[in-house]
Design a protein around this ligand. Structure first.
Ligand SMILES: *[C@@H]1O[C@H](CO)[C@@H](O)[C@H](O)[C@H]1NC(C)=O
Ligand SMILES: [Cu+2]
Length: 611
């Protein structure tokens, strides 16, 4: 009972809008221990907490009411909030998050996207890699070591798409960019998420095993708020639900922190009517400020921008237009940029879906690297000058693509093989180097003595892990501690115009090249181009990121020093791709390089005694 009482108190504290004691101006030498309670519960939009919302708009603002876009659906939530609580701390604070899950039927885990868990490897979260899935309670305990705009999200099944995510901002006492803005407020963090009108499990199963569901989003939410842009397709009346409002002070420059928490293939185009944005950081790393009229954000990416309130005091749309899987239902959302003194009303301009970039400069364009006015992540420069050595110790070529195979998740080659069903039933399988990743049966980080049953290594023969044309194993890339590593990420794009945002746990990497060969390519073709000297590396001031797009039919080359020992998941950040197996493990160093396993750390594994 005691745990419940503490929990309720924490809920009341966060929901009543009281500021957490760690959300404060950062001062050198003042580091604190910051405690959070995350209660993961099954929940529903428009629950009884909402009373007469959306008919009575003010009811939508009630505590624990999740109006979303006015469409009724189940979700998972942390503390009955969408997004979950924001963590706003200072560099060096100790972050302690007690995660309790009381779900009826599922486990959970939370990944701290942007923190590298150096010396705290056991808290990276990945189930069956660094820890066991959480049943009951688990205490995450790690320092906020990497400053910048980050986020946290579920790393279990479709938990992130169900609503388990939130902002994680780490500020610094001395900010190298402080001269670029006057205001850096917790109110100016925008977490943007694609939204389905059913649970993500229904969507996933419907998409993969029936014709009942497509893989298209139905909308986009900004800080969990928005209106149903798919209403006309669904034949329903769009109800007026609250929009996110960003309040700014005329004449001042505001640091706005943008997080893309999308889970489907929904790159979002962010722009603000009448205002330019100055990009100053991405994934927490500072860049030489660059003006933008719009920017594209892929799943997992963050951008910090400066917005100068230099227009007549009024309301302006912050527009978020979705691409790819957000196009069929014309997913667009607006948040209101409201100047002090402006009326409390929506901007007058129409808010209609428009997948075209607004005129001017677009930063981080989709599947394009050299268009006029286009600035890619290989074009931006890091704020702090750096020179990389020309050579690396180890290089990996990694091909991302869909395959036409008898994936056992989808097909039974004896009963309904890929080539035995009609085309509308032929769902293709996202793979990495033609393999589907299988999680170990126990986390190799915390249970190093357990064998990984289906372990296969980069560069080694994998045919023993194949059943006819479908190969699956625990794909391992290995690096010695301290080695300079390069990964050549290739989006082969043989099927469709897709996009795969690559995310590496435990590390930041520098983006040293990005290119496109056509609408499709192969790893072989990129290797040959590289061998012929056709892929120059940017060794000077390359930006550091932890999530980066790979253009379809092209490549992105990243480099980093493997100086963080451990087992790090690397994967496409699209939930439906990584869940099916577009992932691999990077193993750096040996067990002797790791801190001891925390006392009492939960264990798990198979139970298959001899008979
Ligand atoms: C799938 O299995 C069937 C039956 O064994 C086989 O004929 C076919 O070549 C396999 N591959 C595809 C892509 O259908
Ligand atoms: Cu992908």
């Amino acid at each position: 009972m005691r745990a419940v009482a503490i929990t309720l108190a924490a809920l009341v504290l966060s929901a009543s809008g009281q500021q957490h004691e760690c959300d404060r101006p950062c001062v050198a030498g003042d580091t604190r221990t910051c405690m959070y309670e995350f209660n993961i519960v099954e929940y529903h939009t428009l629950s009884r907490a909402c009373y007469d919302c959306p008919n009575t708009l003010s009811d939508c603002e009630r505590e624990e009411c999740v109006p979303a876009d006015g469409v009724s659906r189940p979700l998972l939530s942390v503390n009955r909030q969408l997004p979950g609580p924001a963590i706003q701390v200072c560099e060096g604070d100790r972050v302690v998050v007690d995660v309790h899950t009381s779900q009826f039927s599922d486990t959970e885990s939370i990944h701290w996207h942007g923190q590298h868990m150096r010396s705290h490897q056991y808290y990276d979260d990945v189930p069956f890699v660094t820890q066991c899935p959480i049943v009951g309670s688990f205490r995450y305990d790690f320092p906020a070591a990497t400053p910048g705009t980050h986020w946290w999200h579920s790393h279990t099944g479709g938990g992130d798409a169900e609503g388990i995510f939130g902002a994680f901002v780490v500020r610094k006492p001395e900010d190298a960019l402080h001269a670029a803005y006057e205001i850096d407020s917790a109110q100016h963090v925008l977490v943007m998420h694609d939204w389905m009108h059913m649970s993500s499990m229904d969507k996933f199963l419907g998409r993969h095993h029936s014709r009942a569901a497509d893989n298209h989003a139905r909308g986009i939410l900004v800080n969990g708020k928005g209106r149903n842009s798919a209403a006309k397709f669904e034949g329903v009346e769009a109800v007026k639900t609250p929009l996110e409002v960003v309040r700014v002070t005329p004449g001042l420059r505001h640091r706005v922190r943008l997080v893309s928490a999308t889970s489907l293939n929904c790159p979002i185009v962010v722009s603000v009517d009448g205002h330019r944005l100055t990009v100053i950081a991405t994934d927490g790393s500072e860049v030489i400020p660059h003006a933008a009229d719009s920017l594209v954000m892929f799943s997992g990416e963050r951008f910090d921008v400066v917005l100068e309130a230099n227009q007549p005091a009024d309301n302006y749309w912050i527009r978020v237009n979705g691409l790819n899987d957000c196009e069929p239902f014309e997913s667009v959302q607006g948040a209101v940029l409201r100047y002090e003194g402006a009326p409390e009303e929506d901007p007058k301009a129409a808010l209609e879906y428009d997948p075209a970039y607004p005129p001017g400069i677009v930063v981080n364009p989709l599947n394009s690297v050299d268009g006029e006015n286009e600035v890619t992540m290989a074009d931006l420069d890091a704020l702090t000058p750096t020179t990389l050595p020309p050579d690396v110790d180890r290089q990996f070529y990694l091909g991302f693509d869909f395959s036409r195979v008898n994936d056992s998740l989808l097909y039974n080659p004896d009963l309904y093989p890929y080539n035995g069903v009609s085309e509308e039933w032929q769902v293709n399988t996202p793979q990495l180097n033609k393999l589907n990743f299988v999680f170990p049966s126990a986390p190799p980080l915390s249970q190093p003595d357990d064998v990984i049953p289906k372990l296969c290594r980069y560069g080694e023969e994998v045919s023993s892990y194949c059943e006819s044309d479908f190969c699956s194993c625990t794909y391992l890339l290995e690096a010695a501690l301290g080695e300079a590593v390069e990964m050549v990420l290739v989006a082969e794009g043989q099927i469709g115009d897709e996009n795969h945002p690559f995310h590496l746990h435990g590390n930041k990497f520098r983006v040293v090249a990005m290119g496109r060969l056509g609408s499709a390519t192969t790893v072989q073709e990129v290797m040959e181009l590289d061998a012929a000297g056709g892929i120059p590396r940017k060794l000077q001031d390359a930006v550091e990121k932890d999530t980066v797009t790979i253009p379809d039919g092209g490549f992105t080359v990243v480099r980093f020093t493997a100086d963080n020992p451990g087992w790090w998941l690397m994967h496409c950040h699209l939930t439906f791709h990584s869940e099916v197996g577009m992932a691999a493990l990077l193993h750096v160093g040996g067990a002797e390089d790791l801190p001891p396993v925390p006392a009492g750390f939960p264990t798990c594994g198979h139970f298959m005694p001899e008979i």
